[in-house]
Write a protein that binds this ligand. Structure first.
Ligand SMILES: [Zn+2]
Length: 163
C-alpha cells in the first residue's frame, strides 16, 4: 500500500531548525490509513498527527505543524477545492430543486429565497474540509511538493503558520 511512511524520507525525519520554540502541543500518532488522515483533515486537524489545526485561517493552511513539524507548505491544492465544492453543491441543490418542483410549482422568488442562500452556505461550509482532504491526499501519496527531493519543497527556516 502506498503511504507517506513506506520507506520514503518524510518531513517527520529530524527536527527542523528553529521550530522548537513554537512546538507546544504533543503530536498525536501518525495515521494508520488514508481514511484516518482524511478524517483528521476534514475536522481541520493536521492529517499527520491530528493535533494542531490544519487551517489557522479559513482557507490558509499552516506552513509547518506546530505539534509534529510536518511541512505543509508543499501543498498545491490551488483552485481544485473550489471545483469540487461547486460539483458537490450542484449535486445537492439540483435534486432538491427537482423535488420541490415536483411537489408544486413555486414562484421564482421562492426558488431564489431557498437555493441561493443554501448554495452559498454549502459552498462556504464545504470549502475548508475539501481543501483539507485534498492536502491530505497529496501528502499521503507524496504528490507535488510532498515528493521527496521535490524542487517545490520549501527551503529555509520554517514558519509555524500562526500569523
Ligand atoms: Zn501535525
Amino acid at each position: 500500500m502506498i503511504g507517506p511512511f513506506d520507506g520514503r524520507p518524510s518531513s517527520f525525519a529530524g527536527p527542523i531548525g528553529g521550530l522548537r520554540d513554537v512546538v507546544n502541543e504533543p503530536a498525536g500518532p501518525r495515521p494508520g490509513s488514508l481514511l484516518q488522515a482524511l478524517g483528521r483533515a476534514v475536522r481541520n486537524r493536521c492529517p499527520a498527527c491530528g493535533t494542531a489545526r490544519l487551517f489557522p485561517k479559513f482557507l490558509k493552511p499552516m506552513l509547518v505543524c506546530s505539534a509534529c513539524r510536518q511541512d505543509w507548505s508543499a501543498q498545491r491544492a490551488d483552485d481544485f477545492p473550489a471545483y469540487v465544492a461547486i460539483l458537490l453543491t450542484g449535486h445537492i441543490i439540483v435534486p432538491a430543486v427537482i423535488v420541490v418542483e415536483q411537489f408544486g410549482d413555486p414562484p421564482m422568488w421562492v426558488h431564489l429565497a431557498l437555493w441561493l442562500p443554501l448554495a452559498t452556505v454549502l459552498m462556504i461550509g464545504l470549502l475548508q474540509p475539501i481543501k483539507g482532504t485534498i492536502i491530505a491526499i497529496q501528502w499521503w501519496f507524496g504528490m507535488h511538493g510532498f515528493r521527496p527531493g521535490s524542487p517545490a519543497r520549501r527551503e529555509g527556516p520554517p514558519h509555524d503558520g500562526s500569523s
